[in-house]
Every structure is written in C-alpha cells, then in structure tokens.
Design a protein around this ligand. Structure first.
Ligand code: JHZ
Length: 390
C-alpha cells in the first residue's frame, strides 16, 4: 500500500511511488492489535493534508468535548489546555471561547501555521518525553491534556505516557478519544487499518497501558465518530493502590469485548473473510454499473478511501474523480490509484449517476448536504459497514 495520505501532484504521477507493507497483528496476551511494519512518521505527518474541520459532525464533537471539560473540571482563565495532535487548532479554538490558555502540539508545519493564524500557539513537534520536558519548561504544566485520534499514531506509547506524566499537573485530567477496535471488527471497517494507525485499541489493552503508567479512569463514553470511538477521561492515581471506584466505573460499562469474541482467531478470520466478500460485492456492482454506462464518482478523499480503492483495485477507469471539501486535497491525485480530486461543487455541475461514499463514516452528513443530487435522481453507494445503495 502507498501511504494513505500520500496525495500526489500532477508532476509526480510518473515517478515511482513507494509502497509499504500493511499487515495487522493481534497480541494474544493483551489483546492489542498493531501493525507489523512502521513507516517513518516524518514521511506521513510533517506535511499533513487531513483536517477535521471539514466535517460539521467532527466540529460538533469538539464543541461538546470542550463544553464537557470546561464545565466538569472547573477551568478558568489561568488553566492550560494542551492538545496533542492539535492539527489546525480545531479543538482548541473552542477552548479559546472559554478564554482558557491553550497550546497545540503537532508535527505538521503546514497545519501549525493555520492554527497560529487562529491565535492558537502551536509547538511543531512530535510528542514524547524529551519534548514534553521542553514544553513544560517553556509553558508550565497542563490542567488538561487532550489527545483525540492521536494515540493510534504513536509508536512508543510508553514514552508518550511518560511525556504525559511529565506535562500533566498531578490533579490534571487526560482525555483520549480513539476508534474502538470492537467496532472496527464488527463494522467491517478494514479500511481504517493503514500505516498512520499503528495500534487498534479496545479497552482491555488500554487499561493495562494506563495502569502501568499510574493513571486511572474517571469516565468513559462511546461515540459514533469515525465508525465508533471511545472517549476516556483519566487522571493520575493518587495512591499506589487502585481506586476501587475506578474499577467499578470500568466493570459496569457496556464494553462487551469478550462477549463479541474479538480476541478470538475465528472472529478475526471471519472479519477477513467478510472483507473479501465485500470486495467481490462492491467491485461487481461497480463493474455492472459501468457496463450500463453509468457515471460513478467518489465522495471524500479520505485516507480510508485510499486504502479501499487500492485494496479493491478501484481506479479512475471506475471512479472518474473524487470530490472533497478539503482545499489541500483538491487538484491532487490519490496515492496508488491516481484518481483526481475536485471540489464538491463538481457534483452539481457534472451530475454523475452514482456517488461512492468513501468517507462512509460521514455518510449521513454527506447525504444531507447533497439532497439536491438525490432529488435529481442521483444515487449513493455506501460500502461500509454493509454495502448499500440509497
Ligand atoms: P475522514 C483521518 O482519516 C486521518 P480519514 C487520521 N489519521 C485519523 O486518525 C482518522 O481520521 C480518524 C471529506 N469530506 O475524516 C473530508 C468532504 O469532502 O473520514 C476528508 O477528506 N465533505 C487523523 O482521512 C474526508 O471526507 C464532507 O461533507 O480516513 C473524510 O475523512 C465531509 C463530512 C467530509 O478521515
């Protein structure tokens, strides 16, 4: 697979594109699923084209998160909120409304510039213990650290947690949000497995990890974001012994990981088989439509879409182009399959017959937005969790 956000300019289309092994393994002891091969993070994250602010749903999620944190943890104008993987400052911009102090940390130079323009100070760095010490010396310790959709991207999670311990005040809170491995398996979300995501967490390995770094859970919440995520609010353990309340919080939650057998080989083999069946179903549908001379395009040049098109061998002979609202992706071509990317309004001008929603996690939002396309007879194909034409 090429790297999932490795979009290409026209001048690069004839150059050889690097491909990297992509396989996901699971630890039979702790239940953590991880990639077997790690791509140099500089190649993937220094110049990043993904921004969450293109989705209304994502921004609402950030708005709710900031409201929840501000109100539950008595923040004030002196409080420091640090966001790891702050991207273009989307989440921190909501904290700015509450007038807390904010600091973003992100290795993407292009996005940090945008965040700075919004008035969000950003340290252009990967987050690790060494950088956490530098940041603590410069900005002081944080009252709140947020890390949404970022832990999956980190190779050395132990060093990451040491960094968190160093940067977070003793009575501070750490909020993490990440796609939930149980939903990945149950929802056939194979295309979210890609080089940027090194780990696929369920609660069992997460709790083991945080406990080994002296953290305990305060609260957990499920959310539908990115095909099913979990938000975990945690703090440093005060005593050496585990807080009995923390144990209760976790025990009484609806996280039926064992019940769904997600650590079982048969379940995982079945998941792989289902992906194989989806490949046949979807490519047969698309080829039949092409035979009937239907015009098909894609919606959402998501990283996951690049995995799906490459793995299912769906190229520009099937999808004329992909529309995407992200300005940094428009005018480029997808990695591997070289499908051109245009702005969303191309749909209205061009009126294709079918739109394959590659950003299926935003299917509802996209369909609502493109009501006119549907009213004029256009149809949407949603590949995941189950192939559907609407
Ligand atoms: P989306 C990203 O994955 C990258 P991707 C990252 N590695 C990660 O961890 C996961 O998220 C969780 C476009 N769009 O969010 C915007 C429209 O054009 O599914 C995006 O390019 N119109 C950080 O890339 C794409 O679709 C719209 O109305 O798989 C969605 O990408 C909407 C809603 C989206 O993430």
């Amino acid at each position: 697979m090429p790297i999932p956000n490795g979009f290409l300019g026209e001048k690069d289309l004839n150059k050889t594109e690097e491909k990297y092994e992509l396989s996901c393994l699971i630890c039979e002891s702790c239940g953590l699923a991880q990639l077997s091969n790690i791509v140099n993070p500089d190649l993937m994250f220094k110049n990043y084209v993904y921004i969450p602010s293109m989705s209304r749903v994502m921004m609402e999620n950030f708005n709710n998160l900031s409201y929840q944190i501000y109100n539950n943890f008595n923040l004030n104008q002196d409080s420091l909120v640090v966001d790891i993987g702050s991207n273009d400052g989307s989440l921190l911009s909501f904290f700015k409304n509450y007038r807390t102090r904010v600091l973003g940390i992100d290795p993407a130079e292009n996005l940090a510039k945008i965040a700075e323009l919004k008035g969000i100070p950003t340290e252009i760095k990967f987050f690790d213990l060494k950088n956490a010490k530098l940041i603590r010396n410069k900005h002081g310790q944080a009252d709140v650290i947020t890390a949404t959709n970022v832990v999956a991207h980190i190779d050395n999670l132990h060093d990451f947690f040491k960094g968190i311990s160093c940067l977070l005040k003793d009575d501070g809170v750490l909020i993490t949000e990440f796609p939930y491995f149980v939903e990945l398996v149950r929802g056939n979300e194979f295309d979210t497995i890609y080089h940027e995501h090194l780990s696929y967490f369920s609660l069992k390995p997460w709790l083991k990890l945080i406990k080994s770094h002296g953290f305990e859970v305060l609260r957990t919440q499920k959310s539908p974001i990115h095909g099913g995520s979990i938000r975990i609010i945690q703090k440093k353990q005060k005593e050496k012994s585990e807080n009995p309340n923390s144990k209760n919080i976790v025990n009484h939650m609806a996280f039926p990981e064992e019940e769904h057998n997600i650590y079982n080989r048969d379940t995982l083999s079945d998941f792989a088989r289902k992906v194989g069946s989806l490949k046949i179903e979807l490519t047969t549908l698309l080829k039949n439509l092409k035979r009937k001379r239907k015009k098909i395009v894609g919606y959402g040049a998501a990283a996951k879409g690049n995995v799906l098109t490459n793995y299912f061998n769906i190229g520009p002979e099937i999808l004329d182009y992909i529309v995407d609202s992200t300005p940094y992706k428009q005018g480029l071509f997808t990695p591997g399959k070289h499908i051109p990317i245009y702005a969303e309004n191309r749909l209205t001008i061009d009126r294709p017959d079918y739109v394959l929603i590659l950003a299926w996690n935003f299917a509802e939002e996209i369909i609502k937005k493109e009501m006119t396309f549907r009213k004029l007879g256009g149809k949407f194909i949603i590949p995941i969790p189950k192939l559907k034409v609407v």
